[in-house]
Design a protein around this ligand. Structure first.
Ligand SMILES: *Cc1c(COP(=O)(O)O)cnc(C)c1O
Length: 385
């Protein structure tokens, strides 16, 4: 008797979008299902399983199945934005309570946690989650409902030990959610490390082409009351992703693996080269041995990702001047696309941000790293002392 086939690797599953064939035409690329309503059977049942387009959509389900496979989860859910996914997770917590969140994280969600989550009865504590002693000191058994971590943390690329936080949270009866947007499922699998929920801004690497705003959650425990409630809220609040966006995301995820590996290789080269540049004070990239999170990243990740930041000599003015002087890099916010982006991050985060004033955030795309370096080198030489 032949052995059962080994489970297919994530790269294989994603490249073929799980290998589904459209039954009517045998098309190897799925159609976009745009119907908002579905025929009821004469016996009053809905045998197809579809009733209406706000709770559910077949194209969205296909993209969700691919992401669940990539995360090694049982189920994924797609939303109209990363922020919709993150906020739905908090609003769906079974009861109000204490939330502990990473100090270095996506600024708009930190701001939502501090300003909006209290309206839902939560108290929010911002903690340096790279320090497990600080997490241990903040988590209150029986009172803390959720520990929200982002790793690598934007824009310093701080690394939080997911399994370490999970152990502390579980002992206190709290859940753990991980914003894994920057790591991508190619480099980190938070569910395998014990997290209850993984969140992505699918607008970034998952889609990868800077042409879709989308968000995602994935879980290993879809029967859990929290997951069920998240699904109810997505339907009630109309937060589902549109079918065309889901289809583009499905297409983008086919190349996720090769994209992020190539982008991460280029980022590592740029981090090394920029580390030797006389206009640069510091390079922040978890792949560099001197980065404070390097040790945990090496244990937890299978690659260091494609995001890095540089602190330039000469303060905020010099950093803004360098961003103004690039030609190939695009001066824009966001990350994870095939085109490289540069951003003076403190300008967008505003007051209260832990982002240093002289920091430039670099999202490395798929261009040749030598071209990327040459462009940033000429900008640094012209604009930073
Ligand atoms: C962009 C981003 C978000 C927000 O996602 P949107 O799709 O813009 O709503 C959340 N977390 C991280 C790490 C991000 O980069």
């Amino acid at each position: 008797m032949s052995k059962p086939p080994a489970p297919k690797k994530p790269r294989t599953l994603a490249a073929q979008a799980l290998g589904d064939i459209e039954p009517q035409t045998k098309g190897i690329v799925p159609p976009i299902h745009v119907a908002t309503t579905f025929l009821r059977d004469p016996d009053n049942a809905y045998s197809s399983g579809y009733v209406y387009g706000r709770p559910d959509n077949a194209t969205v389900r296909q993209a969700e199945a691919v992401l669940a496979a990539l995360e090694g989860g049982a189920r994924a859910m797609l939303f109209g934005a990363g922020m919709a996914a993150a906020t739905a997770a908090v609003m769906a917590l079974p009861e109000p309570g204490h939330i502990v969140a990473s100090q270095v994280m996506y600024w708009a969600f930190r701001d939502w946690l501090l300003r909006e989550a209290p309206r839902f009865g939560h108290t929010v504590e911002i903690v340096d989650t790279t320090n497990l002693d600080a997490v241990r000191a903040a988590v209150v058994p029986g009172h803390t409902r959720l520990v929200w971590i982002e790793t690598p943390g934007n824009p310093l690329w701080t690394i939080t030990d997911i399994a370490g936080v999970v152990a502390i949270a579980k002992a206190a009866g709290a859940r753990v959610a991980v914003d894994s947007t920057v790591a991508t499922p190619v480099f980190t699998r938070p569910l395998a490390l014990g997290a209850d929920l993984v969140m992505h801004s699918a607008s970034k690497y998952l889609n990868g082409h800077s042409d879709v705003i989308a968000g995602a959650l994935a879980t290993a425990t879809p029967d859990d009351a929290w997951w069920t409630r998240i699904g109810e809220l997505r339907s009630r609040h109309g937060m589902i992703l549109g079918p065309f966006e889901a289809w583009l995301l499905l297409r983008g995820m086919r190349t996720l693996d090769v994209r992020v590996r190539a982008q991460s290789e280029a980022a590592a080269l740029l981090a090394t080269w920029l580390g030797h540049h006389r206009s640069i004070e510091r390079v922040l990239y978890p792949g560099l041995p001197q980065h404070p999170g390097h040790g945990v990243a090496t244990r937890q990740m299978t690659g260091y990702g494609a995001m890095l930041s540089v602190q330039v000599h000469g303060g905020a003015a010099a950093a803004i001047a360098v961003a103004a002087a690039v030609a190939l890099w695009k001066r824009a916010t966001s990350l994870g696309g095939v085109e490289s982006l540069i951003e003076h991050r403190a300008s967008i985060e505003g007051p209260g941000s832990p982002c240093p004033a002289n920091l430039l955030r670099l999202s490395v795309g798929l261009e040749d790293p030598e071209d990327l370096y040459a462009d940033i080198d000429q900008a640094l030489v012209r604009s930073a002392p």
